[in-house]
Design a protein around this ligand. Structure first.
Ligand SMILES: Nc1nc2c(ncn2[C@@H]2O[C@H](COP(=O)(O)OP(=O)(O)OP(=O)(O)O)[C@@H](O)[C@H]2O)c(=O)[nH]1
Length: 282
């Protein structure tokens, strides 16, 4: 068997740890052996005890106290420290032969977009330890409450995708909070699932119209440019996820396996096209 690593990333509170637990539960119930790797030096609680835990090497609380750093500087220090102590990582990874690890990452977006630290770690996992990688970027469903907010979310997903340079799947999390469109029910932000479908696989024309209707005319050219970018960058679509639903988690795990060609012998290829799942198709 090969070695596989699923990186679960996304902004704070987007549902990363919940998804990690749901993926592990699903994999275990299918008789698969997967391990949790906690990469968040500030993490507190886990449903499953991490098999590998960065806090055993370095914790954010200790760094902040001993180095007199704030939370963001402290986090960067923790990752630099990890990269300087790769023998620790090697020892941890050496404990498993048939590795399939799910990596719960910190929520600070700066780690993926502003510094090369996570990128370097991924490069080490692939080149030194022969892992096949897939990165998940979670964005909460409330990011589709309005077009400008959605733009911000898409830009962060794009930035992460470009920097991480591995198979990437964008995920729209907490879809259970979006009520069914069948009865005309609306979400708190005023949308129903049918309306949300166009955000999972964006239609540039509708997006620009909506953004223009909500922003000062001086930003309309910017809206147009952003929508053009989203349209040109055709990989920016989101797979809907409800971590409380086993089928939804199972479907995501299948896409992840597919992206890493789990269990297949040939070299990793580009991930296959993802559709928008079964939300809003009715
Ligand atoms: N309704 C609903 N709530 C969810 C879902 N996933 C996560 N949550 C809730 O969202 C909150 C944050 O979830 P976490 O899994 O801790 O999010 P996180 O991204 O790991 O958070 P940080 O580690 O702080 O960045 C918790 O209250 C979860 O119960 C989901 O699919 N549906």
């Amino acid at each position: 068997m090969g070695r596989y690593a699923v990186l679960v990333t996304g902004p704070a509170g987007s549902g990363k740890s919940t998804l990690c637990s749901a993926l592990i539960t699903h994999a275990h119930s299918a008789g698969r052996n997967v391990h949790l790797f906690n990469l968040d030096p500030a993490a507190e609680h886990f449903e499953y005890a991490p098999a590998i835990d960065i806090r055993e090497l370095v914790s954010l609380a200790d760094v902040m106290e001993e180095m007199g750093l704030g939370p963001n500087g402290g986090l960067v220090y923790c990752f630099e420290y990890l990269l300087e102590n790769l023998d620790w990582l090697e020892e941890q990874l050496g404990a498993f032969d048939d590795d399939y690890i799910i990596i719960d990452c910190p929520g600070q977006i700066e780690l993926y977009t502003h510094t090369p630290l996570i990128t370097r770690l991924l490069s080490i996992l692939t080149t030194t330890y022969n892992f096949r990688l897939c990165s998940l970027y979670l964005l909460e469903s409330n990011f589709i409450d309005d077009a400008p907010k959605y733009f911000a979310g898409v830009m962060s997903a794009m930035s992460s995708m470009i920097n991480l340079d591995c198979a990437c799947i964008n995920v729209m999390s907490k879809m259970d909070l979006v009520k069914s469109g069948d009865t005309g029910e609306k979400t708190q932000g005023g949308r129903n699932r049918r309306e949300l479908q166009r955000y999972l696989d964006p239609d540039p024309l509708l997006l620009v119209e909506e953004a223009n209707s909500r922003t000062n005319p001086k930003f309309h050219a910017l809206n147009q440019a952003l929508v053009q970018l989203i349209d040109d960058f055709s990989m920016v679509s989101f797979m809907p996820l409800d971590s409380t639903d086993e089928d939804s988690v199972g479907s995501l795990l299948s896409h992840v396996d597919n992206a890493m060609q789990y269990g297949e012998d040939e070299e990793p290829k580009e991930p296959k096209d993802l559709d928008g799942g079964d939300f809003g198709d009715e």
